[in-house]
Design a protein around this ligand. Structure first.
Ligand code: FAD
Length: 510
C-alpha cells in the first residue's frame, strides 16, 4: 500500500521531448491544464528531432478532430496533401504494382464480405474477365488511380461515403502547429538538454530531471518522448527492448526531400529495391523521399546513391541518415514513466503506422490516467494493450516481405525463406484456403487492408465462401456490374487532387 504522500491526483506532468510524439502528447494533455495540472514539455534544440514521419493513416483525422483542429487550416500549415493509400511497386514481383487503399471494397451483402463475391466471379472461368480488378469496386482506390480527391459524403447510402483518406504532411511543421495549439492552452515549454535524472521513492519512479544549465524540473508523471534512445524508459529504468529484426531486417534509412516535378499524387509510393524499399511522399512544396534498408545487405553509400538516382526532381537538402532496430520496449509504462513515440518502439514506416501508435498511446494513457499511487492493474493493462497493438502492426508489415516471389537479391531470398510468427502464418493459411480473414482484438488493419495486401502480394485464395454459390450467379454479376459502374462514374466526377487542394487548403508559402 502506498503512503499518503503518494496518493491523490497527478498535479505535475513532464513530457520529455518535442518531436511529433512530444507535441502530440502535449496538445492532447492541454485539456488537463484547465483543471489545474501543470504540464511542462522539455525539448533540446541541440539534439533536435528525428525529422521524418510524413505519411499518416486515416486515424489522424480523429486525433485532429479531438483537438478541435480545422482540417483545411492544418493542411495549409503543414504543406499537407491528401493520401488515399499506398502504391506498392515491385513487392510481389519485379514490374508489378498494387494499391493498398483506405476505404472499403464494394459493400457487404447478405452478411457476405464483398471480396467473396468478386472471388467467386473471378474463379468462375466464364466470368473471370468480367470481374475486373478489385480496385474497380473501391472508390478510394479508383480516385487514387485517377489522381482525384473529394471528401467522403455524409449520406451513408452513397458510394462516396465509403472513401477513406489520411494526409501527407511536413513533420516539422506539424510539430510547430501542435506546439502553438498546446502553448495557447497552457502547456509550458522548456528548452534545454537533460543531463541527469533523479530517482523517486520507489525504484521504478522518477522524481525530477536536471538540465545542462542546472535547472531541475520535477513531476508526478513523466512521459518519455525522447526518441529512439528512451532517455527515461531505457537509459534510466532499463526496461529492455524486444528485438524483431529477425523478421524485419531493415535497420537503416536515408532520407532526402526533392523538388516536385508534377502535381502531388494522392498516395504514398513504396518501391521495393535491392535491400529494402524507397518511399515517395508528395507534399505541396516538395516531395519527401527515403530508402529504408538492411545494412547487412547494402552499405550506406550505395543506399544513398540508389536513393538519389531514383529521385523525381532535384534534391533540396543533404541526405539524412538514420539507424534503428525494429521492435518495442518490453514495457511501455513503468512506475511513473510512460514511453510514447520512438521511445516506446519502432516498426518501419512501410504502412505509416508510427504516428498512429503515438496517438493510441496517448488515448490509452488518458483512458487509464493514473493517480499518484500508480496502481499496477492500470499499468499492466496499458502494457498488455500496447504489446498486442505493436505485434498486430508487426505481423502486417512482415506479410509484405514474406509473401514475395522475388529472388533477385540475397535480401529478398532471405525474406522469402524466413520463419514468420504463428499468428501471421495462420492468417495467410486461412486466406489462401478460402479468402477469409478475421479482425481480432481491435486489429488496426481492417479486413479490406488484409485483403488488399494479401492479393497484392499474390496470395491467391484456392476457393471462396461457399455461401456465395448458394446465390444465383446472375444476381452476383448484376451486383458487381452495378457497383463497378457507380464507383467508376463517381471517381471520374471527382475534382483533381491538385485542384481540390488549390480550392480548399493551398499553403500561402513559399
Ligand atoms: P524524435 O523526433 O526523435 O524527438 C525526440 C525529442 O526528444 C526531441 O525533441 C529531442 O530534442 C528530445 N530529446 C532527446 N534527448 C533529450 C535530452 N537529453 N534532453 C532534452 N530533450 C531531449 N511515422 C509515420 O507515422 N509515418 C511515416 O511516414 C514515418 N516515416 C518514418 C521514416 C523513418 C526513416 C523513421 C526513422 C521514422 C518514421 N516515422 C514515420 C516515425 C516518426 O518519425 C516518429 O514516430 C515521429 O517522428 C515521432 O518521433 P519522436 O517524437 O518519438 O522522436
Amino acid at each position: 500500500m502506498s503512503d499518503d504522500a503518494e496518493r491523490g491526483p497527478i498535479k505535475r506532468v513532464v513530457i520529455v521531448g518535442g518531436g511529433t510524439a512530444g507535441w502530440m502528447t502535449a496538445a492532447a494533455m492541454a485539456r488537463l491544464c484547465a483543471g489545474g495540472v501543470a504540464v511542462t514539455l522539455i525539448e533540446s534544440d541541440e539534439i533536435g528531432t528525428v525529422g521524418v514521419g510524413e505519411a499518416t493513416i486515416p486515424t489522424l483525422r480523429t486525433f485532429n478532430a479531438m483537438l478541435g483542429i480545422d482540417e483545411d487550416d492544418f493542411l495549409r500549415a503543414t504543406q499537407g496533401t491528401f493520401k488515399l493509400g499506398i502504391e506498392f511497386v515491385g513487392w510481389g514481383e519485379i514490374g508489378e504494382r498494387y494499391l493498398h487503399p483506405f476505404g472499403t471494397y464494394g459493400r457487404e451483402s447478405q452478411a457476405i464480405r464483398f471480396h467473396q463475391f468478386w472471388l467467386a466471379l473471378r474463379q468462375d472461368r466464364r466470368f473471370a474477365k468480367e470481374a475486373g480488378r478489385l480496385d474497380d469496386y473501391n472508390i478510394t482506390a479508383s480516385a487514387a488511380h485517377l489522381g482525384r480527391f473529394a471528401r467522403p459524403a455524409g449520406d451513408p447510402t452513397t458510394v462516396l461515403s465509403t472513401l477513406g483518406y489520411a494526409f501527407h504532411l511536413d513533420a516539422g511543421l506539424y510539430a510547430r502547429y501542435l506546439r502553438r495549439h498546446a502553448e495557447d492552452r497552457g502547456i509550458r515549454r522548456v528548452e534545454g538538454c537533460i543531463v541527469d535524472v533523479q530517482r523517486g521513492a520507489r525504484a521504478d519512479m522518477i522524481a525530477a530531471v536536471t538540465l545542462k544549465d542546472g535547472r531541475v524540473i520535477d513531476g508526478d508523471l513523466f512521459i518519455d518522448c525522447s526518441g529512439f534512445r528512451g532517455l527515461l524508459i531505457e537509459d534510466c529504468l532499463k526496461t529492455g527492448y524486444e528485438d524483431w529484426s529477425r523478421w524485419l531486417p531493415c535497420d537503416r534509412a536515408v532520407a532526402v526531400p526533392c523538388r516536385s516535378v508534377e502535381p502531388p499524387r494522392p498516395y504514398t509510393r513504396a518501391t521495393a529495391d535491392a535491400a529494402g524499399w524507397r518511399w515517395r511522399i508528395p507534399l505541396q512544396h516538395r516531395v519527401g523521399n527515403g530508402y529504408v534498408y538492411a545494412s547487412a545487405h547494402i552499405d550506406d553509400a550505395e543506399a544513398e546513391r540508389t536513393l538519389i538516382a531514383g529521385l523525381d526532381g532535384e534534391p533540396l537538402a543533404a541526405p539524412r541518415r538514420l539507424s534503428f532496430t525494429a521492435g518495442r520496449r518490453r514495457r511501455a509504462w513503468v512506475g511513473n514513466v510512460v514511453a510514447i513515440g520512438l521511445a516506446g518502439g519502432f516498426i518501419e514506416p512501410l504502412e505509416s503506422t508510427s504516428i498512429h501508435l503515438i496517438q493510441t498511446g496517448i488515448a490509452r494513457l488518458l483512458a487509464l490516467f493514473p493517480d499518484r499511487d500508480f496502481a499496477q492493474p492500470e499499468t499492466d493493462q496499458y502494457n498488455r494493450m500496447t504489446a498486442l497493438e505493436y505485434e498486430q502492426v508487426r505481423d502486417f508489415i512482415i506479410l509484405h516481405y514474406k509473401a514475395t516471389a522475388r529472388d533477385d537479391t540475397p535480401f529478398w531470398r532471405r525474406c522469402r525463406a524466413m520463419e514468420i510468427p504463428d499468428t501471421l502464418a495462420a492468417k495467410i493459411a486461412l486466406f489462401r484456403s478460402s479468402g477469409r480473414v478475421f479482425r481480432q482484438d481491435d486489429d488496426l488493419f481492417t479486413l479490406d487492408s488484409w485483403v488488399a495486401v494479401m492479393l497484392g502480394q499474390n496470395i491467391m485464395p484456392d476457393g471462396h465462401d461457399p455461401l456465395v454459390d448458394a446465390l444465383p450467379i446472375e444476381g452476383t454479376r448484376r451486383f458487381l456490374a452495378h457497383l463497378r459502374d457507380i464507383v467508376g462514374r463517381t471517381a471520374a466526377a471527382m475534382p483533381r487532387h491538385a485542384d481540390f487542394i488549390a480550392h480548399h487548403c493551398r499553403s500561402a508559402w513559399p
